[in-house]
Design a binder for this molecule. Structure first.
Ligand code: AMP
Length: 290
């Protein structure tokens, strides 16, 4: 496996392979790799001839009060996982390499980035959209893989690829979970023993919401209230948002439609966790509120 640190060498590698007709798959990450990342890498491996994983803790998607400095960076372990999964290139740019002095272009996706994570973390999605655009420009992949775990992020990336004609296929993979339902996340290592015990309440609340919808409930306020109550049975978890939304626009629904996404974010101590579930009503129609 090659380890590449500069945009110039990365682009040269990709250009050479593209000229030879090799298809390039790409999995952008911030490292601290777990089985969620591994599932994206494996899915890319199956679909492409060559595979690039980037490991870059992107400073512009963190606010000054967030955990940039503390974000886990187990680089040797990450490289070992990439080698194990047959990754061809681990692209590890530096912050200065990505944002040299004089850098000024910012990519924003205003409507999709406004609510939920965008409201909780005001500069987050501009940081994400900008770095993804840059990484696509450097790596020039045919296909890039993202996790449903970050649902809003995946929606935003799809939109920006369409809007800017970036010519990169986007494939979104299901969320990989721990046995108790907690969505895998690099930030789970921050949870204390007690916090880890209650963290699965977020996925439980979303599952309860989904059951209500599948069972025919279409009263969004009642569904959201039940999800919140599920979380708040534990005083040390605070529900930031639990919402029933349109799966494409991410706008909140007032009545459940045939398809919906349940989006949730909670705070446990100083740690924020997010999760989501897609819902397809079996009959594809809204039924009366029960
Ligand atoms: P991150 O390193 O957190 O920036 O995540 C890199 C990619 O892995 C993003 O596309 C995430 O959505 C995806 N990802 C993170 N956690 C999971 C998970 N539990 N299951 C599937 N994909 C995930």
């Amino acid at each position: 496996m090659k380890i590449i640190h500069t945009a110039r060498s990365m682009a040269a590698w990709s250009e050479r392979l593209r000229r030879e007709g090799v298809t390039i798959g790409f999995v952008p990450t911030m490292g601290a790799l777990h089985d969620g990342h591994r599932s994206l890498i494996r899915a890319a491996r199956l679909r492409c001839d060559a595979l690039v994983v980037s490991i870059f803790v992107n400073p512009t998607q963190f606010s000054p009060t967030e955990d940039l400095a503390a974000y886990p960076r187990p680089i040797s372990r990450d490289r070992a996982l990439c080698r194990e999964e047959g990754v061809d290139v681990c692209f590890e740019p530096t912050a200065l390499g990505m944002y040299p002095e004089g850098f000024q272009t910012i990519v924003t996706v205003p409507a999709l980035g406004r609510r939920w994570e965008g409201a909780a973390r005001p500069h987050h999605f501009a940081g994400v959209a900008t770095v993804v655009t840059k990484l696509f420009g450097i790596v020039q992949p045919h296909l890039a893989l993202f996790g449903q775990k970050d649902y809003q992020q995946a929606a935003l990336v799809r939109q920006l690829v369409d809007d800017l004609n970036l010519g990169v296929g986007i494939h979104v993979r299901p969320t990989v979970r721990e046995r108790d339902g907690l969505a895998m996340s690099s930030r789970n290592v921050y949870l204390s023993h007690d916090e880890r015990r209650i963290a699965p309440l977020l996925s439980q609340a979303l599952r309860i919401g989904r059951q209500m919808i599948v069972g025919g409930m279409s009263d969004v306020a009642a569904i959201e209230r039940t999800m919140r109550q599920t979380i708040e049975q534990e005083p040390s978890i605070h529900a930031e948002y639990l919402a029933v939304c349109d799966p494409d626009s991410l706008e909140p629904l007032s009545v459940v439609a045939a398809r919906a996404v349940l989006l949730g974010a909670v705070r446990i101590g100083s740690i924020r966790l997010i999760d989501n579930l897609l819902v397809n009503k079996p009959d594809g129609k809204s039924r009366a509120t029960r």
